[in-house]
Design a protein around this ligand. Structure first.
Ligand code: SF4
Length: 248
């Protein structure tokens, strides 16, 4: 019986992988707005959510989603270590875009008290800190959904250069509608829709995470080079390395 269940699971995994590849091919020539419309209203209707860091580029995807379905659940991982500017920006965008379903996720209090009693895990074991404050809270909520939308882009770093538009990670589909967009595309969208910038962008932060683990970057560096800048860590762990790069 167990063998049969494993065979069925393998088959499902394979079918989902094929579905992700077919959707990626279909979406490659579509605009981000058309990709979102098809994913939200058709392919993953009622079974998809958006994860947003409310960082430097987040307003673009949030604006697009707000025009398609302002009731779509928007997940925000509150690590207790965000810049206060990010929390203010989150509230500003929620009001401006009319987002009706912002879901704030936090680490389990008991797990945080046990695993990070001193609040210094970010310095001693950053992977464990991201797992406690990002990966597990997100995984708990994602039990309810089959797919989620992420704002990752190919131009952000060498580890994201081959990012497909739709991925199957073994449990969920991930839709990356902005994968093909450049910084110029994003800047033009901000201007066209009069979207407010994250206040830290003008201070040299093109990618914004926790204040403990984010530094400003020099002109010409990878946008994400200021994240965990003093370590080998490049991603937080909420995305698996399934496209030849490394997990987030
Ligand atoms: S980015 Fe840093 S502070 Fe934030 S969850 Fe990860 S290790 Fe912890």
């Amino acid at each position: 019986m167990t063998v049969l269940i494993d065979i069925v699971k393998d088959q499902a995994r394979s079918e989902n992988g094929q579905r992700a590849a077919a959707l990626s091919a279909k979406y490659e020539t579509m605009t981000p707005q058309d990709i979102l419309r098809d994913a939200i209203r058709n392919e993953f209707f009622g079974d998809i959510t958006l994860s947003s860091s409310f960082g430097a580029d987040s307003a673009v995807l949030l604006h697009m989603v707000s025009e398609i379905d302002p009731n779509l659940p928007v997940l925000f991982l509150d690590t207790d270590r965000h810049f206060f500017q990010t929390l203010q920006y989150r509230d500003e965008l929620k009001a401006k875009l009319g987002l009706q379903n912002l879901v704030v996720l936090k680490a389990d209090e008991t797990e945080a008290a046990t695993e990070d009693a001193k609040g210094t895990l970010w310095r001693t074991h950053p992977d464990a800190c991201c797992d406690l404050r990002k990966v597990r809270p997100l995984n708990r909520v994602m039990e309810r959904y089959g797919a989620w939308i992420s704002g990752r882009k190919r131009h952000q770093s060498s580890t994201r250069a081959n990012l497909p538009i739709v991925e199957w990670d073994g449990k969920h589909f991930k839709v990356n509608p902005l994968a093909k967009w450049t910084q110029a595309d994003l800047d033009a969208y901000f201007a066209q829709h009069d979207l407010p910038p994250h206040p830290l962008v003008e201070q040299g932060f093109p990618s914004i995470g926790c204040f403990t683990c984010t530094k400003p970057v020099e002109q010409g560096q990878d946008a994400r080079s200021g994240r965990w800048a003093d370590s080998e860590k490049v991603e937080c762990g909420i995305h698996n390395p399934i496209y030849g790069g490394e997990g987030i």
